[in-house]
Ligand binder design. Structure first.
Ligand SMILES: Cc1cc2nc3c(=O)[nH]c(=O)nc-3n(C[C@H](O)[C@H](O)[C@H](O)COP(=O)(O)OP(=O)(O)OC[C@H]3O[C@@H](n4cnc5c(N)ncnc54)[C@H](O)[C@@H]3O)c2cc1C
Length: 501
């Protein structure tokens, strides 16, 4: 590294370590990628670089009270490692499960923590990536070359969440905190807390703090769908009573959950009004007939356009029914010294305001990419099934499902990658890239995802950063596990969209 911080070929040569594959990140996707390489491609040399000081990604970053999954762990868990706990799990339980995967497959020797990747440069001359990372503790630059990059960087910036700017925020005398950077010593006992936002984070946080606070108010611009239910899986419990092997239970329960989710998704499209009524009836059962469900819990969008959070034991609704928590559906006019003035003219007094307002989309782990010296503009590429990109050689990218568990896709991509590496080896290829075929050249291109289909805030805010989508399934990130699970294993790796070298 010279004084200007530019990579010089000389320095890189002197220190560079080489691996067949370099995995970016040690969250649930990165650990999964390491497992797939170890088990499906033994003999492949690889390293996983992780900026944090431990594994877990999302489940390490988020430490607000009550942090838990909002989908079931039978499907959020890997397909290869049985989940034996309750369907909804805490961050600690998810990390324990990931820790077992690391230990059982001896993955720790492949992971380097405290290594933040800052740049990745593809050389067509060498058919490899040159990666520059910084040791977080010392700032020391370290260099790696790799034949393939497996991007498991997640979809949002871990350092801080997204907080909109409202007028008067600096006048507010209390504390403003984002759940993603929850201060460990935050004292909310006996305080008046306003939580802005009503997504899965707010639904998790509120029941876990409300009892201790003087009062907790959920302030939402518009309502969200929830599915309240027991944190148990009857089928799993029955199979356990019958002493069925956990490996079988995992597979059977996954199939049953996926079958039911598929049916539910179809109903959301076919009969959205009926599904809405059913979801609202679930909420009404906790809040009683007199509660104004239509104002506070009837969203303006049809079910499934945003992720629907499962609420174990209906805990947020119990908090509301008990009077410890309440919901305001309104908009913020401005912050004041003592709280928030709403557009309706009402004031919410607060000692603490929690901005559960979402994430800051980060599509390539804040890594500066160049291809043969030219900066990569990711938004100018076209996606190949949401995992490869036109003009970007030897890179696979893991972006999971929103409607189904993220990890289902991480596993499908793991299988695809193992097959692709084997295929390249058989062909003696050092490079693979996707390319629009002759029949794709006049294909209309549009935004990464159809906002009519799925439209959470962080995606809408960051859509301009994401690759383009075509009008054929090959060039789309379909968000359809049930289609992809059948299609991915059959992808013809010698199809015209793959170019090898
Ligand atoms: C609070 C919360 C709850 C969620 N609950 C669910 C759920 O129940 N079900 C579900 O399906 N999804 C859920 N999600 C979505 C969730 O993020 C994903 O399902 C999943 O955990 C993502 O895993 P990942 O490994 O792909 O990415 P992450 O968990 O984001 O991990 C990425 C890792 O890569 C590292 N990294 C990134 N860039 C670099 C770099 N340049 N250099 C080195 N390291 C880097 C990061 O430090 C991080 O550790 C939830 C998300 C949040 C925030």
């Amino acid at each position: 590294m010279d004084d200007a911080g530019t990579l010089t070929a000389k320095t890189a040569d002197a220190r560079t370590e080489h691996f067949d594959v370099l995995i970016v990140g040690a969250g649930i996707s990165g650990i999964g990628a390491a497992w797939h390489l170890t088990h499906q491609r033994p003999g492949t040399s690889f390293v996983a670089l992780e900026g944090k000081d431990s594994f877990g990604g999302t489940w390490l970053t988020h430490r607000y009270p009550g942090i838990r999954s909002d989908s079931d762990l039978y499907t959020f868990g890997y397909r290869f490692k049985p989940w034996t706990g309750t369907p909804i799990a805490t961050a600690a339980e998810i990390r324990k499960y990931m820790g077992e995967v690391i230990e059982e497959s001896h993955l720790d020797r492949h992971i380097r923590y405290g290594h933040r990747i800052v740049s990745a440069s593809w050389s067509s001359e060498k058919n490899q990536w040159l990666i520059e990372a910084r040791k977080v503790e010392t700032g020391e630059a370290v260099f790696f070359t790799a034949g393939f990059l497996w991007m498991c960087q997640g979809y949002y910036r871990h350092e801080q969440g997204y907080t909109p700017q409202w007028p008067g925020m600096s006048d507010f005398k209390g504390e403003i905190v984002h759940p993603q950077t929850w201060p460990e010593d935050l004292d909310y006992e006996g305080k008046r807390v306003v939580v802005i936002g009503s997504g899965a984070t707010a639904a998790t946080l509120v029941p876990n703090i409300a009892d201790k606070t003087a009062h907790t108010t959920v302030l939402q611009r518009s309502p969200t769908y929830f599915i309240p239910g027991r944190n148990a899986n009857e089928l799993a419990d029955t199979l356990r009573e019958l002493n069925i092997d956990e490996t079988w239970i995992h597979e059977i329960v996954r199939r049953k959950i996926l079958h039911d989710q598929d049916a539910f998704t179809r109903r959301c499209v076919a009969e959205p009004e009926m599904v809405t009524e059913e979801l609202l009836a679930g909420v009404r059962a906790y809040l009683g007939p007199d509660y104004d469900i239509d104002t506070h819990f009837k969203p303006r969008y049809r079910p499934w356009r945003q992720r629907i959070a499962f609420v174990p034991e209906g805990d947020i609704f119990r908090g509301i029914a008990s009077g410890k928590a309440s919901v305001e559906t309104d908009e913020i006019e401005r912050f004041t010294e003592n709280g928030i003035l709403l557009k309706s003219g009402k004031t919410l007094e607060a000692d603490i305001v929690v901005t559960a307002t979402g994430f800051d989309l980060c599509v390539l782990g804040d890594i500066e990419f160049t291809i043969d010296g030219k900066p990569l503009d990711f938004s100018k590429t076209v996606t190949y099934r949401g995992m490869m990109f036109t003009g970007v050689p030897n890179m696979i990218w893991v972006f999971g499902y929103f409607r189904a568990s993220w990890t289902l896709r991480a596993d499908l991509i793991g299988d695809f990658m193992a097959r692709l590496l084997a295929h390249m080896q058989a062909k003696g290829a050092k490079r693979v890239e996707v390319k629009l075929r002759a029949e794709d050249h006049n294909m209309p291109l549009s935004e990464w995802i159809d906002p009519e289909n799925f439209n959470p805030g962080y995606l809408m805010r960051g859509m301009h950063l994401l690759p383009r989508r075509g009008d054929k399934p090959e060039w789309q990130h379909t968000q359809d596990y049930w289609h992809e699970k059948d299609i991915f294993p059959k992808i013809d790796l010698d199809g015209a969209e793959f170019v090898y070298g």
